[in-house]
Design a protein around this ligand. Structure first.
Ligand SMILES: [Zn+2]
Length: 102
């Protein structure tokens, strides 16, 4: 066995050469410079993109997460239906105002 070979190596999906790999999604092949794990890179990029979108999304309505407990989900649904009802009443009055004004 060649002891100089690092424990973390990955076969490059682009050129087929074994390249040193730090188990990081951004690591590139030392032979051709392509990503060693393009799939992991894409999912990491997508995750970062979703996080950016989440920050931009207006937090008008309460967020219900699938990993919330039953109790947490239950009261969130109560709050959410209250919010939806409130929004419905507001838009009803807006609609009424438009109808009466016209
Ligand atoms: Zn390569």
């Amino acid at each position: 066995m060649d002891s100089s070979v690092s424990a973390n190596t990955k076969k490059c999906p682009h050129c087929g050469q074994w390249s040193g790999w730090n188990l990081h999604y951004e690591d590139r092949c030392t032979h051709c410079g392509e990503l060693l794990d393009p799939q992991a890179y894409r999912s990491a990029a997508r995750r970062a993109e979703e996080e950016r979108k989440d920050e931009k999304a207006p937090k008008v309505f309460i967020q219900i997460h699938p990993n919330d407990g039953t109790f947490t989900r239950a009261w969130k649904y109560v709050v959410l239906s209250g919010q939806v009802l409130f929004a419905a009443i507001i838009s009803f009055f807006v609609w009424l105002g438009v109808v009466l004004a016209g």
